[in-house]
Structure formats: structure tokens, C-alpha cells
Write a protein that binds this ligand. Structure first.
Ligand SMILES: [Zn+2]
Length: 462
């Protein structure tokens, strides 16, 4: 099936930064077959014609870090540090099960889709013993909403009795976590070019995971040919704990455990020395920059300009919905520019670089730079068509500035591999009313779960 998007502004985000103020994109099946300036060549055979007048087409946005289950636990610990926030939420997450995770992930992915996201990485690391097959529930939510999912099988094995932050009843045994991760890869990982689901390996963070799990995870991922993901260098608290326990910074600790390389992407990387930035660049280790979450938790501003200059891949992430209740990607485009300039001055990042981070930068982090992230013939047809002709954007001088700096535009169309996921700003793959009803039920379950075990109601006394 051919789809022609015509009379449209195009930002290809290719290596040359090619843009067309009046251009076209042609899709055949799941693949982009042509892009260029001027009207699309006349076509006589059957095809779908999309008049893109007043619109901008960009590559679909790529989200490199999320915790979709948290879509059911938003609004807690609103004014807390990361460690306080986690300590308040761990008891709530003890009630997680496959049903809650499926409802939360479906709703969170729906939110991502209507903000132009066509590929999302999700880091799921809380596996209560009675929770059923949460990983399958996550993957099925991805298939239901229809955007590409990089499902990271996370894990924690370092409870409080071993100096970790999570309660002991929320962590797994080291070997059990590795076994379950290998099973997740075997059941769900698809290495194909057009994969809708890939699996990565993701022990949660240095303060919730033993060094044995970190090294075992790296060995497993490399044996299976999948990618590695974890949180690193997010807060000063984490750095102080790492220095006290290991006598080195989080980045040095990661390197010691085999966790730097071009098959690794790290969430946050806020607190990095100059040496650490150079090591990430030299090893092509990726960073998932999550500016809204970093602002919500007041953790600091990541050195994105320095990382890019060092040659490290950097993508954008919304992070978990419990530390970014918005959960949309357009907001991160804008935030990434604001934070880069607050840190490094007005020349630290251009707004077009923000779009690069949200597309090609993310594709590099996920190892999919040959498949997605730019509009080029041969790449998968993951496209976002933004309406800029309404009262919020009409007349704005530059369509890319309208997307990055202006209000979030409505989506005329979102294609994933040529398949319509959003049209006229509405999700077409699942009824929004169903998603909302399931989410309400899931949140209510968690908030009433085990009330004597330390859960708390948002806004309640504690
Ligand atoms: Zn996170």
C-alpha cells in the first residue's frame, strides 16, 4: 500500500539536516521510498493521498527511558528528593501485578503516541513475587497500542538488609532475576529490522543492585546479543554512596563492571566529571537525557552539550510517570533546550539539535540508527505529521521552532511502519475510554493495597 504525504514541510533529520519547506514523503508498505522538495510525483496506481498543507512531518519521536507501570502511581511525593521519592513509592509498587502493569503501560504508551512517539524504551524493574507475568503484560500493551517497544527487563537484588534502598520484600534473588531476564529475551526479543518488540537487560541502579547482578547481566546481554540499560549518576546522593562503598564514582564503577560500551545506554548521567564524559564518548556509551524528571526531582542538569561534543549518543526520555506526570515527548524537546542553555548559555544547544536528540539521538541509543530516527528512503515509515495551521501556530516563522518552542501541536497523523496509530489527534488502535477505565481501576487497586504496610494516599497526612 502506497501513502503519499504531499504539500508538507519536511524535517528529515538526516546527517545533512535536510529540510524542505514545501515537500513530500512517499511510503510503500512499512518503508519510506522517497522524500524531496516540491510536490510528489504524479501517481496513477492505488494509493492513499494525505494533503499535508499547513503541516510539518518529522521522524517519529523516540523515547529512551520510561517506567510505564508508574502511570498508575502518579502524584506521589511531589516535593521529594529521589531517595525520599523512592522510599515513599516502593510500598505502593508492592501491589504491582500483570493487570496493573498492562493498564498502566497501555495508558502511558497511548500518551506517548499522541505526543508523536513511535518508539519507546520501558525499564520495568519491580517484580513482586505474586505479580504474575508482568513482562508479558508490558509487551502485550506495546502490541495493543502499536508503537515500537524496547522492553527492558529490569531487576533489583539489593534490599535494605544488604545496604540497598528498596525493602527486602521487593527485590529478587540474583540468580532468579538473571533467569527471568533470559526467559524474557527468549520469549519476546525480535532482532528483525522491523521489530515491534525488542528486549534489553536492565538492573535498576547501583543502590538497588549487587555488583554480581550487574556483571551477570552484562554477560547475559552480550551472550544473547541484546542491549544493556541502567540508571547512572542521577543524584549527588548516589555519587556519595558509590564513593563511600566502592571508592570510585558511578561512572568508574560502571566501567569496572563492564558497563560502558556501544551496546549500553544509561539513564540520566547528570553528575559526570570531565573524565567521565570523555569515557562515555570514547566508548560510545549512550545517555537517556530526562530533563523534566531531573527538574521534578531537582537532581541537576545533565552535561548534554559536553556529551555530544565527546561523541556520545544522547537521546531523550520522559522517565517514569511518577516523576514526570506529563509523560509526553514534545515537552522534553523544549525542556532539553531550556536546560542546556541554563547550564551552558544561549549557544549551548540549538532547537534543531533538540529534534535530533528526540529522533536520531534516541535511535542511536537503542541501536536502531539504520532503521528509524530520520526520514530517508529505505528507513521504516515511522512518521509524525504535526498540524501547524491552527490558532496556536499559524504564521510562526519556522515550523521546527513551532514544534520545539510552541504549544504542542495536534497530530494529523502518526505512522508506525506505515500503519496509522494516531489520526486527527486521536489514538486509533485502542478506545481511549477503555484505557482510562482500566487505569482508574489499576490506580485504585494500588492505592488501597496493603494500607497498613506504609502506602500513602497523595495529599493525605503522613
Ligand atoms: Zn528512571
Amino acid at each position: 500500500m502506497i501513502t503519499v504525504i504531499d504539500r508538507v514541510a519536511v524535517s528529515t533529520v538526516d546527517a545533512a539536516g535536510t529540510e524542505h519547506l514545501h515537500g513530500h514523503v512517499v511510503v510503500d508498505g512499512d518503508t519510506i521510498v522517497s522524500v524531496g522538495s516540491g510536490p510528489a510525483p504524479a501517481r496513477t496506481g492505488p494509493h492513499t493521498y494525505v494533503d499535508g498543507s499547513g503541516c510539518l512531518v518529522t521522524p517519529g519521536l523516540v523515547n529512551t527511558h520510561h517506567h510505564l507501570y508508574q502511570w498508575a502511581t502518579r502524584g506521589f511525593a511531589q516535593d521529594a528528593t529521589l531517595f525520599e521519592w523512592l522510599t515513599e513509592l516502593y510500598p505502593v509498587w508492592r501491589g504491582l501485578d500483570a493487570g496493573v502493569t498492562h493498564a498502566a503501560a497501555s495508558a502511558g504508551l497511548a500518551r506517548l503516541a499522541v505526543t508523536g512517539c513511535t518508539t519507546a524504551a520501558d525499564h520495568h524493574y519491580v517484580f513482586p513475587r505474586e505479580g504474575g507475568d508482568q513482562f508479558e503484560a508490558l509487551v502485550s500493551a506495546g502490541r495493543r497500542i502499536g508503537i515500537r517497544l524496547h522492553a527492558v527487563r529490569g531487576s533489583m537484588d539489593r534490599g535494605r538488609s544488604h545496604g540497598g534502598l528498596p525493602p527486602d520484600n521487593l527485590v529478587e534473588e540474583t540468580e532468579a532475576a538473571l533467569t527471568a531476564t533470559e526467559k524474557a529475551i527468549d520469549e519476546h526479543h525480535d532482532p528483525a529490522r522491523d521489530a515491534l518488540v525488542r528486549v534489553a537487560v536492565g538492573p535498576c541502579s547501583p543502590f538497588s543492585v549487587s555488583p554480581e547482578l550487574m556483571t551477570g547481566a552484562a554477560e547475559l546481554a552480550r551472550r544473547k546479543g541484546v542491549r544493556l540499560h541502567t540508571h547512572l549518576a542521577e543524584t549527588v546522593d548516589e555519587e556519595e554512596q558509590c564513593l563511600a562503598e566502592n571508592g570510585c564514582t558511578p561512572t568508574e564503577y560502571a566501567e569496572r563492571l563492564g558497563w560502558l560500551g556501544d551496546d549500553v545506554w544509561l539513564a540520566h548521567t547528570v553528575h559526570l566529571s570531565g573524565d567521565a564524559v570523555r569515557r562515555l564518548g570514547a566508548t560510545s556509551t549512550g545517555s537517556a537525557h530526562c530533563p523534566t524528571s531531573n527538574g521534578r526531582l531537582g537532581t541537576g542538569i545533565a552535561p548534554v552539550r559536553d556529551l555530544l561534543d565527546a561523541g556520545a549518543p544522547v537521546g531523550l526520555g520522559v522517565d517514569g510517570a511518577a516523576s514526570n506526570e506529563d509523560g509526553g515527548l514534545v515537552a522534553e524537546l523544549r525542556q532539553s533546550v531550556m536546560q542546556a542553555r541554563q547550564r551552558g548559555g544561549p549557544k549551548a544547544m540549538t532547537f534543531r539539535q533538540a529534534l535530533w536528540l528526540g529522533t536520531m539521538g534516541g535511535a542511536r541509543c537503542l541501536g536502531r540508527q539504520d532503521e528509524i530516527g530520520s526520514i530517508e528512503p529505505g528507513k521504516l515509515a515511522d512518521l509524525a505529521l504535526w498540524r501547524l495551521d491552527g490558532v496556536d501556530h499559524a504564521g510562526m516563522a519556522d515550523p521546527v521552532a513551532a514544534l520545539v518552542f510552541g504549544p504542542q501541536p495536534p497530530l494529523k497523523l502518526l505512522l508506525v511502519g506505515g500503519r496509522t496509530v494516531v489520526s486527527d489527534n486521536e489514538l486509533r488502535t485502542a478506545p481511549a475510554d477503555d484505557l482510562a477505565r482500566e487505569l482508574r481501576t489499576a490506580s485504585a487497586k494500588l492505592m488501597t493495597e496493603d494500607p497498613l504496610a506504609g502506602s500513602s494516599i497523595p495529599g493525605g497526612s503522613r
